[in-house]
Design a protein around this ligand. Structure first.
Ligand code: AMP
Length: 576
């Protein structure tokens, strides 16, 4: 397929705001792709080169891209920079540069989807000395052959600013429409296959070649992280027991109720959701964002090798940092040092020691356990762990009880809080594992008013003393219907000088366009935000604004796709 044909698809997607139309355009594009092109188009349609679970990044900043534009077109950087500022989009500036190119190209060839994809993959793989200039050369080579429109979308793909409004939901529906009946059953099969594989390439090819049955036969695979099951919030312990206990509430005396035996309560640990994949001595540790953090947690890897008796398995838990002196859980902020820094690992192992508290088993020795009940899964998890849990290692089972009644559950909740944990999880022992879903099989109970996890979509340079910082942050939640980001207004406070510097350092490379003192950024930095109240607003895309929003912490464990949804904002608004 010529790249120009994909560019035509991008243009049609840009021309419509309707999700139904977008889905139809994407479905046509998938159906038209040849056997070999389909996996490439499936990722490129969302402006990506790799599937979600693949940790590789292109590693081409906007300044390297500008260098490539200059190299390919001969247009000097000042003009490109000016166009970028005027158009507010580096892709548009690249198109203008190609249109105004001052040097004729000798080696121009027609771009195909394959060449663009292949070049971008090799750009991502350059490593070591001289890799930056090889990246620039790779991008320049593409731009040399590009017509203006092609240059626009190549550059938008590189800087991650496609903004076509194509979420996972649209790709899912398009796969179901292109290769299956497109009905609810087909959509559900595609959805589940994606939750298991995190790879639309595998899903689309399977749908095309083997239909719904093939999708249903897809299973978890070692070293390809599964989307984790998510929790819903309960108002309190009693409500959670009733809800999870399947409504098996029975009156005893006046107000006391007893719960069904099918409930398990666990401590809710405040740390990093961790999925451990093991085959023999090979161990990899993934976050809920599907990032590979194996190198950062050597003590967990060692403990898995030592204590997990299963040869092959996928286990899940929460990794928590503990104060070396106090033995109390550390705030997530402190643990996050362990996630980011790849240098100084040994030192951090000492200063921020961690324990992974295991609470689930998804796969053990050739058997997928996803359809087993939680009761069976925790039994299997227990069987996989050698040695007694004495609380001294880097790997321990989560503390749990099967409460006989509400009083026991409430006491357990108080215990969790007094130990410095966030609260408890209340889980249905009869429920299967539902990857990526928030289905009410596990409820969290925690005391505080719920903060929001939001993504930074823009920023302004601060005024006065702090003018070298990007201190005013434009925040967005995610519209669950369209998967697009909708802003909820600006946040000005809560960051210390150190955090302001960190925020500026993180946002600077993500800038996609700038206007005066305001910038738009690629939505990557996720923050937890506290606020006094949620108000209705005509000024924001979401229709809501936060009153007195305050930064609480960076949420490096969450991906931009996982920020809180508009319907959650609506619900919290209704509940105030
Ligand atoms: P929240 O992030 O507040 O929606 O709470 C859900 C998160 O709690 C999960 O994604 C896990 O990272 C974490 N968590 C802590 N303890 C547990 C537990 N015992 N079972 C399941 N999830 C837990």
């Amino acid at each position: 397929m010529e790249y120009a044909a994909l560019v035509d698809v991008y243009r049609r997607l840009e021309a419509t705001a309707s999700t139904t139309e977008k889905t139809a355009v994407v479905a046509d594009c998938f159906a038209a792709a040849s056997e070999a092109e389909l996996p490439l188009v499936v990722t490129l349609i969302r402006g990506r080169v790799f599937p979600a679970w693949d940790g590789r990044e292109l590693g081409v900043s906007s300044s390297l891209t500008r260098e490539a534009i200059r190299k390919a077109t001969g247009v000097d950087d000042d003009r490109v920079e000016r166009w970028w500022r005027e158009q507010g989009d580096l892709g548009d500036a690249a198109a203008l540069a190609v249109e105004n190119r001052s040097q004729q190209t000798l080696f121009s060839e027609t771009l195909t989807v394959e060449t663009v994809h292949e070049t971008l993959v090799s750009v991502a793989e350059y490593a070591g000395e001289g890799s930056q200039s090889r990246r620039v050369d790779g991008v320049a080579k593409l731009l040399t052959s590009a017509v203006p429109d092609e240059a626009r979308y190549v550059v938008r793909t590189i800087v991650g600013a496609m903004r076509l409004g194509i979420g996972e939901g649209t790709v899912r529906d398009a796969v179901a429409a292109a290769f299956l009946d497109g009905d609810d059953e087909a959509v559900a099969a595609v959805e589940r296959a994606h939750q298991l594989t995190n790879d639309f390439r595998v899903v689309a090819e399977t749908a095309r070649d083997e239909g719904v049955e093939g999708l249903r036969a897809l299973d978890v695979a070692l070293f390809r992280p599964v989307k984790v099951m998510l929790a819903q919030k309960a108002e309190g312990v009693d409500e959670a027991l009733v809800e999870v206990g399947g409504g098996a509430e029975t009156e005893t005396d006046e107000s006391e109720t007893t719960t069904a035996a099918a409930v398990r309560c666990e401590y809710k640990y405040d740390g990093l959701r961790t999925q451990i994949h093991k085959r023999g001595d090979e161990v990899r540790v993934f976050t809920r964002r599907l990032e590979d953090v194996t190198e950062q947690f050597p003590e967990v890897v060692a403990a898995v090798r030592e204590r997990v008796s299963a040869t092959d398995c996928i286990l899940e838990g929460e990794t928590v940092g503990y104060g070396p002196e106090t033995g109390r859980p550390l705030p997530f902020q402190e643990l996050s040092q362990r996630i980011k820094r790849e240098e100084r690992i040994e030192e951090l192992v000492e200063s921020v020691p961690v324990v992974t508290h295991l609470f689930d088993a998804l796969y053990v020795d050739g058997e997928s356990l996803l359809d087993d009940s939680l009761r069976e899964r925790v039994d299997t998890l227990g069987d996989c762990l050698d040695g007694d849990a004495d609380g001294s290692g880097a790997l321990e089972p989560a503390i749990a009880i099967a409460p006989a009644d509400e009083t026991e559950a409430r006491e357990f909740y108080e215990d969790a809080l007094s130990q410095g944990h966030e609260g408890i999880m209340v889980k249905n022992l009869d429920a299967a594992y539902q990857p990526g879903s928030r289905v009410g099989y596990m409820l969290k109970v925690k005391p505080v008013m719920e903060p929001l996890d939001l993504v930074v979509v823009g920023a302004k340079w601060s005024e006065g003393r702090k003018s070298e910082f990007l201190g005013r942050l434009h925040l967005a939640c995610r519209d669950d219907d369209t998967d697009e980001l909708r802003d909820v207004g600006w946040m000005f406070s809560g960051l210390t000088d150190e955090q302001l510097a960190e925020m500026t350092h993180r946002l600077d490379p993500l800038v996609t366009d700038r206007r005066g003192r305001e910038v738009r950024v690629r939505p990557e930095v996720v923050v937890e935000v506290e606020y006094e109240e949620i108000q209705r607003s005509t000024e924001t895309e979401s229709g809501y604004a936060l009153r007195f929003p305050r930064f609480s912490e960076f949420r490096d464990d969450l991906s931009p796709e996982e920020v809180d949804s508009l319907s959650k904002v609506e619900r919290l608004y209704d509940e105030q």
